[in-house]
Design a protein around this ligand. Structure first.
Ligand code: AR6
Length: 180
């Protein structure tokens, strides 16, 4: 399903983000930018050595990437030209600033995208796997953050996709997008 908000289309797709034909895919990374499991493992495997090397350079330069921030690398062997690595919050019950940090991941990723002339971008469901963020809450936070940016006149890519791996995650985002 999809929804148009001013010049931006938000599109929900069920599938594997490593196959996304977009300018940039977003990776749910960790602060050390050391490859993990989940979507991070899949993106790094598909992207190949160039991605790992680029992350190693960023780690050497700035120690990694703090939670709520984002960095950009080559997409390596992916169809996407770039990977934007963002670090979502670990869920600690919801009173530790998780929502603000998750919103920051989306804002920072979209800002980096625009700075690199990215017109189409694909996000996974950041933080809702190993990091334990409840998917319904994460979906609403993600979509509202993007909606708020668009309606306040901030430039974002014109095509924003969420590529969601499993049925349950897809339905949470579909419900949130319907109610947005
Ligand atoms: N395409 C799209 N979504 C995927 C794919 C894929 N190929 N594979 C998994 N997902 P997670 P997090 C979904 O755990 O919670 C890593 O080890 C998955 O089903 O990947 O932010 C990092 O290095 C879930 O819905 O990310 C960090 O240490 C979503 O992606 C840590 O995990 C996010 O799950 C980050 O944890």
């Amino acid at each position: 399903m999809q929804k148009q908000i001013e010049q931006t289309t938000i599109e929900l797709i069920q599938g594997d983000i490593t196959k996304a034909e977009v300018d940039a895919v977003v990776n749910a990374a960790n602060e050390k930018l050391i490859g993990g499991g989940g979507v991070d493992g899949a993106i790094r495997r598909a992207g190949g050595d160039a991605v790992t090397k680029a992350c190693d350079v960023i780690r050497a330069q700035q120690g990694g990437c703090p939670t709520g921030k984002a960095v950009i690398t080559t997409g390596g062997n992916l169809p996407a030209q770039y990977i934007i690595h963002t670090v979502g919050p670990v869920w600690h019950g919801g009173n530790s600033g998780e929502a603000a940090l998750l919103a920051s991941c989306y804002r920072e990723s979209l800002q980096l995208a625009v700075e690199n002339d990215v017109k189409s971008i694909a996000f996974p469901s950041i933080s809702t796997g190993v990091y334990g963020y409840p998917t319904e809450k994460a979906a609403t936070e993600a979509l509202q953050t993007i909606r708020d940016l668009v309606v306040s006149g901030v430039t974002v890519p014109t095509n924003i996709q969420f590529v969601l791996f499993d049925d349950a995650t897809y339905s949470c985002y579909a419900d949130s997008l319907t109610n947005l």
